[in-house]
Design a protein around this ligand. Sequence first.
Ligand code: NAD
Length: 469
Amino acid sequence: MNSYDELLAAITPTSGPSRDVFDPATAERIGTAPVHDASMLAAAVDAAHAAQPGWAALDDQARRDALHRAADAVEAAAEPLALLLSREQGKPLNGPNARFEVGACAAWLRATAATDVPVEVVVDDGTDYAELHYRPIGLVAAITPWNWPMMIAIWQIAPALRMGNAVIAKPSEHTPLSGLALISVLNQVLPAGVLQAVAGDGALGAAMVADPAFGKIMFTGSTATGKKIISSSAENVARLTLELGGNDAGIVLPDVDPAAIAQDLFWGAFINTGQTCAALKRLYVHDDVYDAVVDALGEVASAMPMGVGTDENNVLGPLQNRMQWEIVDRLVEEAKADGGRVVVGGNPDREARGNFYPTTLIADLPSDSALVVEEQFGPALPIVRYSDVEEAIALANALDVGLGASVWSADRERAREVATRLEAGTVWINSHGGVHPFIPFGGVKKSGYGLEFGVEGLKSVAVPQVING
Ligand code: NAD
């Protein structure tokens, strides 16, 4: 089952409610997604309940092997998966985009299989003896957004399966086909029932969160939805991992070589055309290097081709949906009204069929402009000048979100000092946004709580049990 048409046919509903899905670059219809309701969710829960005990009873090695087979299946279907992802999400095949995302799915499956979660002897002093074990929770709900629809799904699914849980995943209503196709490929090799998908909008997500069958909700999406999930989970005392919105700051210290950092600054901000939770979303640059950094970034930004994702030349694509396009457009217009200087872009073709917003850099902005303090989640980076690093640290910490941040400097120790003062779950030095399957990732403040990846991520989809004696 490795051609694009076969992949699409496997997830196209033959009965029941459905809806058309469109390419955000061309507005062409690309497929049909099912629209599931509470009865489909109930059927999935029943099947998961039936399958989970057998899955949990397997020895750990058998589940590791299954994740490796799942990675093999993803690799065998990599090109059609990437094509579907590109057509539905909009991200180009090339660059750090669709093929990269599918590759990351296989890599995360393998890394999750390779991570040990040993029994910990916490006390052994001759009098007392206690061990800490991690047991399966049971059923895990995996609810994902539309920006990295395959990779974020794997971040939730792989550790939950590895720890002996069954998973019911709900892709975003904006990118249902990508999630369903990935899960269909994984299910070529996984035992029936341990991984299922339901497709629908926020109401179906809310029904999942309210369902007492789920002992754990893995959620990645907006802070607004995260708050609703926290409220709803109280009834069942469900465990939560919440990866929510961010507005990551980057601080450029006066000792940098602007030309040397421009490319990495660019990709830190514009990966996935800015639609990335932990992208660089506001840049504070020291007066000494301000003009040179803005010019160098402008040069890199002007040279990056944006267009239809299936054209191999492109490395930037459209916004995935019109709602996000409107947000970016509003914030850029407000930034202009606030006195921002358009260095590149800022002039969208409002009549175009696709959701393209040009790569945009806005310099000389006041630090309270909406483009600085609100999450744009798109290809428009605000640049703010500062003269005292204390001021830059205060501005970086002034918002109520804290997913990532970065410090840019030729002096690693100086950069590390500044990093320790930033309120963010991850602070990168001389890069921004890179994730690694063995390095824990999570937010602080209203960017959420809980960690993904590595041994911490595996523990978070399990329940701790102490054996004392
Ligand atoms: P969203 O919150 O609108 O939707 C995310 C998912 O939640 C979708 O599947 C949606 O159907 C579902 N949902 C909506 N209402 C729900 C409810 N009441 N109960 C349960 N589920 C519900 O977010 P989005 O617009 O798809 O994604 C963009 C946001 O996600 C941005 O703010 C971005 O920063 C954030 N994000 C965060 C991370 C991270 O790791 N922290 C990663 C990617 C995106």
